[in-house]
Design a protein around this ligand. Structure first.
Ligand SMILES: Cc1cc2nc3c(=O)[nH]c(=O)nc-3n(C[C@H](O)[C@H](O)[C@H](O)COP(=O)(O)O)c2cc1C
Length: 175
C-alpha cells in the first residue's frame, strides 16, 4: 500500500450505526484481534483486554447502559475493549492508569481499522455508564471499559463527517 492508498484507506472509514442482520464470523473477529495484538503498548505490557459480546440479552443490557443507543443491540458483535490497570500499574505505578487507557485505546483503534480492511463497519461507542457496563460484563475491579466497539455489516453514509482544517490542530514549537 502506498502513502496515497493509506490515506484513502483511512479517509474511507466512517462510523456506521445501522447494521444489517448479516453475521460477523469468528475468523473476522480473530483477524481484528490479531491486528490489535500488533499495536504498540507501554513497556510492551499490552494492558488491555476485550470482552466479545454476541448474546442478545447482554447486548440489550449494554444498550440500556449506553443510554439506549440502538446500534449497541443491533450490531451482531460488541467488542468491549478495557484498560487493564493491574498489568500496567504493576510496572508503572500511578502512571500506569494513563498507560492502560492509552494501550486499550490504541488496541481498539487497530481493531476498528482492521474491521475496515475486511469491509466490516464499526461504531466506537464511548457514552455509557461505566459501573453498569462493568456489572453486566462481570469486569474485574482493575478493568475499565474504554469503548463498546459495535461491529457488523452496514452501509457507509453518503456524506462523511467533516474534519477541522489540519492547521487548527497545529502549534509551532510552543502552544
Ligand atoms: C472517544 C469516542 C467516543 C465516541 N462515542 C460515541 C458514542 O457514544 N456514540 C456514537 O454513536 N458515536 C460515538 N463515537 C463516534 C464519533 O461520533 C465519530 O467517530 C465522529 O463523529 C466522527 O465520525 P466518523 O467516525 O464517521 O469519522 C465516539 C468516538 C470516539 C473517538
Amino acid at each position: 500500500m502506498n502513502s496515497s492508498e493509506f490515506h484513502d484507506f483511512l479517509s474511507t472509514r466512517s462510523s456506521v450505526r445501522d447494521f444489517s442482520d448479516s453475521p460477523v464470523s469468528e475468523d473476522e473477529i480473530n483477524y481484528m484481534l490479531s491486528c490489535a495484538c500488533t499495536a504498540p503498548s507501554a513497556g510492551n505490557r499490552e494492558s488491555w483486554d476485550v470482552v466479545i459480546v454476541t448474546d442478545d440479552g447482554l447486548k440489550e443490557d449494554l444498550c440500556d447502559a449506553a443510554f439506549n443507543q440502538e446500534h449497541i443491540k443491533n450490531a451482531p458483535v460488541i467488542l468491549a475493549v478495557c484498560a487493564n490497570y493491574v498489568r500496567s500499574m504493576s510496572q508503572y505505578g500511578e502512571r500506569g492508569i494513563l498507560y492502560a487507557v492509552e494501550d486499550a485505546t490504541i488496541a481498539a483503534t487497530y481493531m476498528m481499522l482492521a474491521a475496515h480492511a475486511i469491509r466490516l463497519q464499526t461504531c466506537w461507542t464511548g457514552a455509557f455508564d461505566d459501573e453498569t457496563v462493568s456489572e453486566i460484563l462481570g469486569l474485574l475491579q482493575h478493568a475499565r471499559p474504554v469503548t463498546l466497539l459495535a461491529v457488523g455489516h452496514g452501509n457507509l453514509p453518503e456524506l462523511r463527517m467533516e474534519r477541522m482544517p489540519v492547521n487548527e490542530h497545529i502549534h509551532e514549537e510552543t502552544w
